[in-house]
Design a binder for this molecule. Sequence first.
Ligand SMILES: Cc1cc2nc3c(=O)[nH]c(=O)nc-3n(C[C@H](O)[C@H](O)[C@H](O)COP(=O)(O)O)c2cc1C
Length: 210
Amino acid sequence: MKLNLSADAVLKTTRAVRKRLNLSKDVPVELLKECLNLSLQSPTASGQALTHYILIGDNERKEKIASLYRNAFEIYQKQKKTVTTHHPNQNSADRMVDSAQYLAANMHKVPWLLIPVMVGRYKTSLECASVYGSILPSVWSFMLAARERSLGTCWTTLHLMFEKEAAEVLEIPFENYTQVALIPIAFTKGTDFKEASRKDLSNFLHMETW
Ligand SMILES: Cc1cc2nc3c(=O)[nH]c(=O)nc-3n(C[C@H](O)[C@H](O)[C@H](O)COP(=O)(O)O)c2cc1C
């Protein structure tokens, strides 16, 4: 199941996978635990473990979370219509909308959903930076480890529009824990993924001063 990709290849080709999620192939939970164990190696502020993960494989529970995601996606689409119709690269924007629609319609069929959860609820920039900074590297490490094992993932956040309702479904004490994402996980259809087209580094890199 391991692809033996180089570290650079994993970094270049870990894409948002939606249409190429294989919805009909089971994913052993042990494989996910392997990825999660690797993700625990990522750094955390003050060495504190503030990250929890909920893995959801039960069909009824997945349907409830997927339904919240679908509702949020519909609201998001209505709001975003004007933005995506004036996108500089209309073809790639259309492809992304199409792919996002596919994921919204099929979220409940994905073998596993992963929700990373952090301890506490936060307001100040320092708190947010420290706590998100302690969880997001771990989530991304999970996604990279998954890619190496022929698994596809897609970072999503839209279900957080209904975070409280999701907390009820998952029995998370809402006042004390914050959900940060919803990651669908499945084996991929094929294992070849391309490097994404991104703007040149010169657009983002400021040498010495702004
Ligand atoms: C913070 C964050 C939130 C995202 N939320 C969603 C989401 O709710 N739904 C979705 O389909 N994709 C979501 N995405 C995935 C992006 O749309 C994705 O990164 C984009 O399609 C580019 O994909 P690529 O890196 O494979 O080129 C999110 C990505 C990030 C980083």
